[in-house]
Design a protein around this ligand. Structure first.
Ligand code: SF4
Ligand code: SF4
Length: 137
């Protein structure tokens, strides 16, 4: 009987440890440098220039004129990083978080600037004194 040429490979592999990463029993495979995971937003840095809205192909952003900031719903995000590259003040950043599955598409983990936060910021803005400018002739 002719022995198949792959037999030695098969027998050799039987003696080796499995090459599978048994997630979730073990940690997931580490993300490489420059990985494009969940988008982070720093509202304090944001200057409301709206460039991110212009470049985003997925309609993730919405402008809130009262506070000159943007809201993000990451349920639409395609992780292209164009908004990060265009933001002039580095208010946006891709993280290495990728375990984003949820039962609720409007999960808090997928949103930046929730309604309560926006309302609070609008109230704070109203309570601030309006700076008056004097025209110098
Ligand atoms: S990563 Fe791409 S799809 Fe996601 S918010 Fe930024 S521009 Fe939009
Ligand atoms: S591009 Fe940056 S600064 Fe401009 S609105 Fe978007 S997040 Fe804010």
């Amino acid at each position: 009987m002719k022995v198949p040429p792959t037999l030695s490979v098969v027998l050799g592999n039987l003696l080796k440890k499995p090459a599978t990463n048994q997630f979730p029993k073990s940690e997931p495979v580490p993300t490489p440098e420059g990985f494009r995971g969940k988008l982070l937003y720093d509202k304090d840095k944001c200057i409301g220039c709206r460039l991110c809205i212009t470049v985003c192909p997925a309609g993730v952003f919405e402008y809130v004129p009262e506070i000159k900031k943007v809201t993000l719903w990451l349920g639409r995000c395609v992780f292209c990083q164009q908004c990060v590259d265009v933001c002039p003040v580095n208010a946006l950043e891709m993280s290495d978080e990728f375990l984003l599955a949820t039962y609720d598409k409007y999960d808090d983990n997928l949103r930046w600037l929730k309604n309560e936060e926006i309302e609070k910021m609008i109230e704070e803005q109203k309570s601030k004194k309006v700076k008056k400018y004097r025209i110098i002739e």
